[in-house]
Ligand binder design. Sequence first.
Ligand SMILES: Nc1ncnc2c1ncn2[C@@H]1O[C@H](COP(=O)(O)OP(=O)(O)OP(=O)(O)O)[C@@H](O)[C@H]1O
Length: 235
Amino acid sequence: MTRSDPVVGKPLVSVENIHKSYRRGSQSISVLRGIDLSVGRGDFIALMGPSGSGKTTLLNLIAGLDRPDQGSLIVAGTDITQLGELDLARWRAIHIGFIFQFYNLLPVLTGLENVELPLLLRNLSRRERREHAMTALELVGLADRVKHTPRELSGGQQQRVAIARAIVTDPTLLVADEPTGDLDKNSAMEVLELLEQLNREFNKTIIMVTHDPRAADKARLIHHLDKGTLESPGK
Ligand SMILES: Nc1ncnc2c1ncn2[C@@H]1O[C@H](COP(=O)(O)OP(=O)(O)OP(=O)(O)O)[C@@H](O)[C@H]1O
């Protein structure tokens, strides 16, 4: 990953008139109702809104984990609504780094092995994989914890391992769903400062779903979702 000056500009994510509903029995629940959103390269945005307003649904659509019923989703130059399952999975592996609320680390692997995982899909030697993973772990401040398994680490340390895993492939976009939702105040602040550093120093584009106003405060722009529609951004 290269260190660079912050550049906010050309949209990296362009969401147009997205609609999404889920079926529950015979009922159809409309979750997103005509969302338009543009996220610049190098931007850091927070998605806020009441529980059930559709934040995770929108994040998953942008990250290519789910598909909209209607609308276009241009992310990193590709209309991902047009990709088949296999191409979409390949696209995700190249372009998206995922950070989840509950870290989603594999408990039987060490921190280093967890961070190496996304690199198994790349054409790299074992040594190269190790070097890349070590660099990512150094960046998140965990070079001295690489042999620990997740249960030997605190929540904040586990989330930092998860962030190292998310950045190890140098993805175009980082998506974080409640990254501080399971952390105490101090660990949450460390994780947020790390995200802020990735955005400012490494120009990583970040979309973060959060309920936490302190987390949203770290973003450059806050978008509010309410009942499936987006309000004008504020900050
Ligand atoms: N796979 C699914 N099948 C059926 N309904 C779903 C599915 N995923 C989400 N929903 C429903 O869609 C609505 C929006 O969910 P979503 O998780 O996007 O909201 P959210 O704003 O992220 O909420 P929270 O803040 O509680 O995480 C909710 O009513 C939820 O129950």
